[in-house]
Design a protein around this ligand. Structure first.
Ligand SMILES: Cc1cc2nc3c(=O)[nH]c(=O)nc-3n(C[C@H](O)[C@H](O)[C@H](O)COP(=O)(O)OP(=O)(O)OC[C@H]3O[C@@H](n4cnc5c(N)ncnc54)[C@H](O)[C@@H]3O)c2cc1C
Length: 416
């Protein structure tokens, strides 16, 4: 094995693998790329089911149109399509209050407002694409233990079969929200806890979702049911993301399936008929985390290590994918200018290009739950008006949908 790579990606989760595939597709052949992941990459089991991996667990992800465009360029979209359920409409409502709205893809001549994929299948498609190409050196299971600056690049300490040194021209830190490497580099993180947990599970329902994603705001927090492809026996399925105070989340995690479905039905109502079954339940504590520094000479902090968001608007991964596309564009520009791969000026240009998108997306993800959770009557009225306003003011509604689809940030290329 080499002990130098031009680019080392630390962390092979949703963002790390996407980075590897994107860079492998666009960087000159002479640029060596190495991906280091501490968890063994899963193989496909004989029953066709992907195996567990922490980044590709039982969650589902709503992919925006902007992510679709990036996947098309990375040539994973065709493979992924079989696992995607298009979102044809989004129904936004407020439990126990006036005001709801329906956002429809057809109104905008868009193919879909987004696409929902189970993380396990997303991981499967990304890992298969990684195995198909021979450009990226994959080290898994191997853990990056530490990093120190060395010349224009960095030196990494790696633990695989043994502990070894690996030098890199550029280190991309993609080791998740609790990034050990970000901390080892002394990058300060701003953290705001939402004092809430996201409880996720797949739900079987009596009625078909017809491609509708439901976003329902309750006084405890937002609750989303995202459309999934039918289950193996043809069950109608939706992916639940239920935001709750930690004690209630713990209760809902441990109670019987019947109690769970009863409580959920009470909050969600009968828009999908009777809720019939609940799958594996998991809970994630929610916080807004932002690294105060994202670039240094030869280092970029990416994905959840750079910014972890409230999942209410389904923006975290989509934002990270736009960062991936933005970084690869700036690295290529740097190469064309004859700059070194870890050149600070090039990395700062990337940071500057993405800053506006990051600030708007983080602000949006942060404000939506606050507005909709408040029991203050004035804010309650504001959210009712916001929901009603979406229907009354078509241009505002169009902007909201464009924003949710991520196309506002991609120069508005949504018609496809
Ligand atoms: C409930 C929930 C729902 C969500 N829904 C959506 C959605 O609908 N749409 C959306 O856009 N986003 C969504 N998100 C956000 C999305 O899940 C994250 O943006 C995404 O998981 C971030 O991926 P990541 O690769 O940065 O981090 P991770 O998934 O945490 O991956 C980090 C990887 O690094 C590895 N690693 C850690 N340390 C080391 C080391 N030292 N050396 C080597 N490897 C290491 C880990 O094993 C792991 O594989 C949701 C999040 C939650 C919690």
């Amino acid at each position: 094995m080499r002990n130098y790579s031009d680019i080392v990606i630390a962390g092979g989760g949703m963002v790390g693998i996407s980075l590897a595939l994107q860079l492998a597709g666009v960087m000159p052949e002479t640029t060596s790329i190495c991906l280091v992941e501490s968890f063994p990459f899963p193989q496909i089991s004989p029953d066709g089911k992907p195996q567990y991996h922490p980044s590709f667990d039982a969650r589902s992800t709503a992919l925006s149109y902007s992510t679709r465009l990036i996947y098309e360029q990375m040539q994973v979209w065709d493979e992924l399509q079989q696992w995607l359920c298009p979102i044809d409409s989004i129904h936004v409502s407020n439990r126990g209050r006036f005001g709801s709205t329906l956002l429809q893809a057809a109104e905008y001549d868009w193919p879909a407002l987004g696409y929902v994929v189970e993380n396990a299948w997303l991981g499967n498609a990304l890992i298969q694409a990684l195995y198909r190409q021979d450009r990226v050196e994959v080290r898994s299971p191997a853990k990056v233990l530490g990093v120190t600056p060395k010349g224009e690049g960095v030196s990494l300490r790696l633990e695989g079969d043994s502990v070894e040194e690996l030098d890199a021209g550029l280190l991309l830190v993609a080791d998740g929200a609790n990034s050990g490497l970000r901390d080892a580099l002394g990058v300060v993180v701003e953290e705001k806890s939402y004092q809430q947990h996201a409880l996720i599970a797949n739900i079987a329902t009596a009625q078909e979702h017809r491609g509708c994603a439901y976003e329902r705001f309750t006084d405890e927090g937002p609750l989303a049911l995202l459309p999934l492809l039918p289950g193996p026996a043809g069950e109608n399925r939706s992916a639940l993301v239920w935001t709750l105070p930690p004690d209630q989340a713990a209760e809902m995690l441990d109670c019987s399936a019947a109690q769970f479905l009863q409580q959920l039905q009470l909050r969600f109502g009968y828009r999908l008929g009777r809720l019939l079954q609940v799958g594996e339940r998991h809970s994630y504590p929610l916080a807004l985390m932002q690294a105060t520094e994202q670039v240094r000479q030869a280092v970029v902090v990416m994905g959840n290590a750079a910014h972890a968001l409230h999942p209410v608007a389904g923006q975290g991964y989509n934002l990270a994918m736009r960062d991936v596309a933005g970084l690869s564009a700036e690295l290529m520009r740097g190469v064309a200018e004859g700059k070194s791969i870890g050149d600070l000026g090039v990395l700062q240009r990337y940071r500057q290009t993405q800053l506006g998108d990051q600030e708007r997306t983080i602000g949006f993800s942060d404000q939506v739950p606050s507005l909709f959770m408040h029991s203050d009557p004035v804010l309650g009225l504001a959210r009712d008006m916001a929901l009603a306003g979406l229907d009354i003011l078509p241009p505002f509604k169009r902007e909201f949908v464009r924003y949710a689809a991520g196309v506002a940030e991609m120069g508005g290329q949504a018609n496809g």
